[in-house]
Design a protein around this ligand. Structure first.
Ligand SMILES: Cc1ncc(COP(=O)(O)O)c(C=O)c1O
Length: 390
């Protein structure tokens, strides 16, 4: 069954006792995405680890299932680092990222022995104070954004040699390199290009390091409808190491997937409040909004209930500004009665974790695990890790 089909059957059950809007998460979808991702990469690169990116969705039910499925943790704050430790991650599978790491974060990370993906020289200067703890460090390399622009994150590619020498001068040893090519819909070509930069940096500046680590970041696309999404990336990486005559067994890869693992595991369900005609288009007004669905990616939308006929709709939320548009040109039934539930699939990643309140409380969050039995219990999670009440 595809992720959407699994979600659909759980949402049908939930609607019998709860009114939209609500988010629903199925832990089985997250678990199988994690296992599939690891299996696909380890087939080609046996020494691959996945550090799940906590910021993508830090609901504890999710982070714990992913830990149990073999993922480590990628964190960007002292708070997230504490959550990862509380989830039971050993420090050896925690990776610390971010361009504005606080001294507290660097202190805690070096104390527990987590790996730090260093973003800038000021961090190296702070880390020098902790050099007697032998910090585990990877250097983040800036990726190319356009032909004339590089990312503001990490060290410019041309500075890597100098930075390696600078780190050595600070009594710090560099154990590998990190890059993260982010953004929705990014192409394998940009990842492969950065993989080449990381491998070349290793060959030039850090070849003496045994157990070389290359952290390949996140940015992997997701597919809620079951298409293979990993293979294009893996194929490109394999071609490159073959071309450079590097044995995949010599590489310890750390991927930091976020969306790839949890996007399909969550949906937002809203209700239609009214239909109206405006500027010659049919509008549906719902009790959701862009505060709950942050990205207008090409996601699937499903109408529950009436199925006869066909019409096209622009679907809006209830926030009081013109651009509160959830989806346009959505094909649905000819008639959509008030109260019809609408499912927005693929809302399990940033849509949820970056949702915000304005003039209402956050919607309920239902968590279920369709692996457990035919009609698994729902857990109504009313407290998010960040302490906000739903
Ligand atoms: C350094 C780093 N790693 C991993 C991720 C996760 O990215 P994604 O959800 O696109 O896989 C992010 C997201 O911004 C990131 O900044």
């Amino acid at each position: 069954m595809t992720a959407n089909a699994l979600m659909r059957s759980q949402i049908g059950r939930a609607l019998q006792f709860i009114n939209p809007p609500f988010y629903l998460f199925d832990l089985e979808v997250a678990r199988s995405a994690c296992l599939e991702f690891l299996e696909n990469w380890r087939d080609a690169f046996p020494r691959t680890d996945a550090a799940y990116s906590y910021k993508t969705n830090s609901l504890q039910e999710i982070t714990r299932v992913l830990k149990a499925s073999g993922c480590g943790a990628e964190v960007v704050s002292a708070e997230e680092l504490r959550w990862a430790l509380a989830d039971g991650h050993p420090a050896t599978s925690i990776y610390v990222n971010g361009s504005g790491k606080s001294r507290d974060l660097l202190d805690l990370a070096t104390q527990v022995g987590a790996t730090i993906n260093v973003d800038n020289r000021s961090e190296l200067d702070t880390l020098r104070e902790f050099s007697d703890r032998n910090p585990k460090l990877l250097l983040r390399i800036s990726h190319t954004v356009t032909s004339t622009q590089t990312s503001r994150f990490g060290f410019p590619q041309e500075d890597i040699g100098d930075v390696c020498r600078y780190a050595r001068g600070q009594n710090l040893s560099v154990g590998g390199f990190h890059f993260h090519v982010g953004g929705i819909g990014c192409s394998p070509a940009r990842h492969v290009e950065m993989f080449l930069v990381a491998l070349s940096s290793w060959q030039q500046f850090a070849r003496r390091e045994r157990n070389l680590k290359i952290s390949i970041g996140g940015g992997f696309p997701t597919s809620c409808n079951g298409q293979e999404v990993d293979e294009l990336f893996i194929k490109g990486f394999l071609q490159l190491v073959r071309h450079l005559d590097i044995d995949p067994l010599d590489l310890h890869l750390i991927a930091e997937p976020g969306r790839r693992i949890v996007e399909c595991a969550g949906s937002l369900v809203v209700r239609v409040i009214a239909e109206k005609l405006s500027n010659g288009r049919k509008l549906l007004l719902t009790n959701g909004g862009t505060h709950l669905l942050r990205y207008r990616s090409a996601r699937s939308v499903e109408f529950l209930g009436e199925t006869g006929g066909e019409s096209t709709y622009d679907v809006y939320g209830r926030l009081c500004y013109e651009s509160d548009l959830l989806a346009d040109g959505v094909v649905g039934p000819g008639c959509v009665p008030e109260g019809t539930p609408l499912i927005f699939y693929g809302a399990g990643a940033y849509d949820f974790s970056m949702s915000w309140t304005w003039n209402d409380h956050l919607p309920k969050v239902l968590v279920t695990d369709s692996q457990e039995e035919a009609t698994p219990e729902f857990l109504i999670s009313n407290k998010r890790l960040d302490g906000r009440q739903c």
